[in-house]
Design a protein around this ligand. Structure first.
Ligand code: HEC
Ligand code: HEC
Ligand code: HEC
Ligand code: HEC
Ligand code: HEC
Length: 178
């Protein structure tokens, strides 16, 4: 049975959620050119790790190189149904022709004292979307999870409850603070 206090806390939490009082997330930074995940990962159906392959192999997921963009955009030069998309591809092709490198602004950033690694989470079967939201619907990439210590620990606790063997250390300070 739930205690009256838990009921009260849930009611207050619910009321705050209704009022939209969630901890505020950083707004998306300005990017040098338009790049739509909805079009690439959604409409064109390109897999996440086809552009962010290091997520399976190491701490950092990585941002695709200009060569990776060029590999497709040598051939993908227009969208016959959209002048706007064709114009945006034109902007990219001009940059590729000049040979300059696009400096994407970083969207997610943990403080330096925190250790996070993609590899272990991806290997444990956690989908990108569980932490990054429905990216394939995002016109502009933005942060959807708070990335606070409480957020990391809440999931680690859930995962220990689901499957305790070999996971007790997931709550140790040194696991996330090296
Ligand atoms: C065609 C290549 C491509 C595909 C496919 C792609 N991405 Fe990206 N992704 C990028 C580029 C380029 C950026 C940097 C520009 C931006 O932030 O929009 C980026 C940025 C991101 C970021 C933010 C990085 C930061 O700075 O914090 C996340 C998170 C991300 N992608 C997740 C995903 C997920 C999840 C999928 C699959 C649903 C996916 N991406 C599919 C190219 C791609
Ligand atoms: C695997 C193939 C592939 C790769 C890799 C790829 N693109 Fe695309 N891109 C496409 C396709 C296909 C379209 C057109 C989709 C449509 O019109 O429905 C497109 C459309 C675009 C557009 C216009 C729509 C939009 O997103 O605003 C831009 C700009 C663009 N790509 C930039 C990039 C950049 C920058 C990179 C490298 C980080 C990149 N693309 C990598 C396949 C790719
Ligand atoms: C368990 C949660 C979690 C999962 C699952 C996850 N990410 Fe992340 N991602 C993060 C966090 C936290 C950061 C910020 C890391 C930092 O600042 O050191 C991040 C940062 C990124 C970045 C920008 C920095 C970098 O590492 O290059 C990209 C790109 C990215 N994620 C893509 C992906 C993709 C693609 C997947 C799925 C293959 C994925 N992420 C799965 C939590 C997650
Ligand atoms: C959606 C659930 C989820 C979230 C959110 C999450 N983790 Fe994890 N994390 C896991 C799981 C599950 C594992 C264990 C994987 C395994 O059993 O190998 C793990 C493992 C790790 C490991 C590797 C531990 C080892 O054995 O070496 C580190 C480090 C880590 N997490 C840090 C973080 C940090 C820091 C954050 C927040 C920024 C975070 N995690 C957020 C689910 C999550
Ligand atoms: C599962 C990962 C994880 C574990 C375990 C963890 N932390 Fe953290 N910790 C984080 C993240 C992520 C941040 C940065 C975001 C934030 O401040 O909420 C952080 C921030 C902090 C900060 C800085 C807070 C601030 O206001 O700047 C301190 C101090 C700290 N942790 C101490 C600890 C101690 C002590 C433990 C063990 C009892 C611990 N952490 C366990 C992930 C973790």
């Amino acid at each position: 049975m739930r205690s009256p206090l838990a009921g009260l806390a849930a009611a207050v939490g619910g009321a705050l959620a209704l009022l939209g009082c969630q901890p505020s997330l950083p707004p998306p930074p300005a990017q040098p050119i338009v790049f739509s995940h909805r079009i690439h990962a959604g409409k064109a159906g390109i897999g996440c790790t086809s552009c962010h392959g290091f997520a399976e192999r190491g701490p950092v997921a990585g941002i695709p190189s200009m060569q990776r963009c060029e590999g497709c955009h040598k051939f993908v030069r227009e969208d016959p149904a959209s002048k706007e998309i064709t114009a945006q591809i034109g902007v990219l092709r001009a940059i590729l022709a000049q040979g300059t490198v696009i400096e994407w602004a970083r969207v997610h950033r943990l403080p330096d004292h925190v250790y996070f690694t993609h590899e272990r989470h991806v290997a444990a079967g956690i989908r990108c979307q569980e932490c990054h939201g429905e990216v394939e619907q995002m016109e502009v990439m933005h942060q959807v999870s708070p990335l606070t210590m409480g957020w990391c620990i809440a999931c680690h606790k859930r995962k220990i409850a689901e499957h305790p063997a070999g996971r007790a250390h997931l709550l140790d300070c040194w696991n996330c603070h090296k």
